[in-house]
Design a protein around this ligand. Sequence first.
Ligand SMILES: Nc1ncnc2c1ncn2[C@@H]1O[C@H](COP(=O)(O)OP(=O)(O)O)[C@@H](O)[C@H]1O
Ligand SMILES: [Mg+2]
Length: 265
Amino acid sequence: MDGNRSLVRLQQVTVRRQNQWLLKDINFETKLGQHWALLGANGAGKTTLLQLLMGMMWPTSGDVWVIGHHLGEYDVRELRKEIGFVSNRMDGFLEQNLCAADLVAAGKYATSGLYATITEEDRHKAHHLLQEMGAGAIAWRAYGLLSQGERQKVVIARALMTDPKLLIIDEPCTGLDFPSREHVLSALEGFASDQQPQLLYVTHYPDEIFPAISHVAVLRHGELVASGPKREVLTNEVLSTAYELPVQLFWQDDRPTVRVKRETP
Ligand SMILES: Nc1ncnc2c1ncn2[C@@H]1O[C@H](COP(=O)(O)OP(=O)(O)O)[C@@H](O)[C@H]1O
Ligand SMILES: [Mg+2]
């Protein structure tokens, strides 16, 4: 496989659990230099797909390559060192008393478990990452005291500590008010100006697809409805199919907005 150019590749991937198709016949590929959004309604299979990429779940059939590694033939612990992963489910596992900078710095060792070894250099890098996320001011505050938006910036900075080649972010804006959401998105926009890490931003809100995202994949009931350059994929037809509602798409400042079409009386 062309490991230098494809970052993620799924070939005829199927996941079946308890007589249900979680993913069905997925063929999907991302290339270096692209940033992706994975879109779909609740239950569409987005998190399942991410779990495959992280080696946290195995396909029933088909093949998965991540950063050139064929899963099943490569140590998943090594793989996870090359991927930054942010999920809401992690929040409860994080040490609430640690200051934000230390929590970010500890991200360097999260996959190896060597927590006791945070150096001044790590702390310096953590602080820099927090500044880039627009959260430099809260670096020395305990994680447990932070607002939800600030916490999201901390967990994203933490995932960047290992300089991953791929940054997977699963619905980071859930529960945020709209200014906090915009702060998180504009921080990500800043990181996306680089080729590395490739972003794989997962959401059920098309409105969150910020300008630096170049490509979109859409899932519906475990099947890939469409994938490709965002202006080709994000159409009224594709989104109406994905959400099973007639919707109208608008673009403003390279951001999509979706409204439900009302029947005119
Ligand atoms: N391990 C599992 N066993 C059985 N069903 C599962 C499992 N994990 C997820 N599901 C189901 O698969 C579907 C897709 O879930 P998920 O990938 O979490 O969707 P999304 O992230 O798009 O909301 C849901 O119906 C969910 O209940
Ligand atoms: Mg999910």
